[in-house]
Design a protein around this ligand. Structure first.
Ligand code: BEZ
Length: 177
């Protein structure tokens, strides 16, 4: 079984994998539109994490992980729990190039626009301001943004939205010093 991560799973999968491949999915754009009330924020001061929105012309880079045996059922049970909170499970092909398939079929979890924690669009600066002051049981929201941007830089790929939020956040953090 393969799982495609496009958020914190990229740098902190939290499960044992036997293989992993950098790649992208077609037809989805990554946006910081999902509110985080239990990981990178709290009720009353939610953070923002990424979700995927359907977009035929978009591609989103991330990391596919291969999981085997009992670990696969354990991970599925854990992630499926999120489905109850408004995440949908999709099957996707993961590509490593224009016509190069990295993984034929992977599962990806997407927070839908109608889930109760969906916050929706905001400018990179507005998102960065919110991120700056949010912290939850999984740690500061700033760490989430900085590590996601850092991972994408390491993959040597572009993501206009993530890099714009990362830039706005760094500006705020610098000015606050
Ligand atoms: C991710 O990091 O890719 C992710 C984690 C949990 C739910 C959906 C996506």
């Amino acid at each position: 079984m393969w799982i495609f991560g496009y958020g914190s799973l990229i740098w902190k999968p939290g499960f044992a994998w036997v293989d992993r491949r950098v790649g992208f999915v077609r037809g989805w754009q990554r946006r910081f539109y999902q509110g985080s009330f239990d990981h990178r924020g709290v009720p009353g001061n939610p953070g923002r994490v990424v979700t995927l929105l359907p977009d035929d012309s978009a591609a989103t880079w991330g990391m596919a992980f291969k999981i085997e045996g009992d670990e696969a059922s354990r991970v599925l049970a854990k992630l499926d729990h999120r489905e109850k909170g408004g995440y949908e499970r999709h099957r996707v092909a993961v590509y490593s190039g224009a016509s190069q398939v990295a993984v034929d079929e992977a599962l990806v979890y997407v927070a839908t626009e109608d889930n109760p924690n969906f916050l929706g669009p905001a400018s990179p600066t507005e998102i960065a301001r919110q991120v700056c002051h949010a912290c939850g049981p999984s740690g500061p929201n700033t760490e989430y943004v900085l590590r996601l941007a850092e991972s994408l830089r390491q993959f040597d790929v572009d993501d206009e939205h993530v890099f714009a939020v990362d830039k706005a956040l760094r500006t705020i953090l610098r000015d606050e010093q």
